[in-house]
Design a protein around this ligand. Structure first.
Ligand SMILES: [Zn+2]
Length: 187
């Protein structure tokens, strides 16, 4: 069966909405926010399909990347369809604790809202190694606390930044983009 898919529009720099702060949404979710969550899930899950050419592959998206200033993001980190590491839409997240230890992806980060041609996007993006986040789970339909570490923690912090109007490029030291402090863990 052919699935008719409506392509979502992804806001990219230099659009200023990416620099605005998002707001909490009512819980339980109202219909339009349920539809937004479903759109994020469909978009990111489909972007990970082999051979699709509609989207740049992604592991997460925040509502602001559709131009909607709501505190919602979706993360799907997996090692294949049968090995899900983290998959949920997080609603109204708050960081309640974080580790002192920092880490960064050894090849840097990327973002669906930052075109590959955008300057100065290469370099270490230092993140907390572990964070504790409180929010509502779309799949479990309840308030939860997640403790995430490593790669999933990086993705969470990237998406949490979006809700504050921040982007990964803000964290890069443009003078010394690949300078590795001795306490920085790279993965
Ligand atoms: Zn992003």
């Amino acid at each position: 069966m052919e699935v008719k898919r409506k392509k979502v529009h992804i806001v990219q720099l230099p659009q200023k909405v990416l620099r605005e702060k998002s707001k909490d949404v009512p819980w339980p979710l109202i219909q339009e926010d349920i539809e937004l969550a479903e759109q994020m899930i469909d978009h990111i899950d489909y972007s990970q399909e082999e051979n699709q050419t509609m989207y740049r592959p992604g592991v997460g998206v925040a509502a602001v990347q559709y131009g909607i200033l709501k505190n919602m993001f979706y993360v799907n980190v997996n090692e294949g369809k049968d090995k899900i590491i983290f998959r949920d839409v997080i609603i109204n997240p708050k960081v309640i604790a974080f580790s002192e230890e920092k880490l960064a992806l050894h090849h840097g980060e990327g973002c669906l809202s930052v075109k590959e041609s955008w300057p100065n996007q290469e370099g270490f993006v230092k993140r907390r190694k572990t964070i504790k986040v409180e929010g509502y789970s779309y799949f479990e339909k309840k308030k939860k606390i997640w403790t995430v570490s490593g790669y999933v923690a990086i993705v969470f912090q990237h998406e949490l930044d979006h809700l504050q109007g921040k982007l990964f490029i803000d964290h890069i030291d443009n003078k010394k983009p690949w300078f590795k402090e001795k306490n920085l863990i790279t993965i």
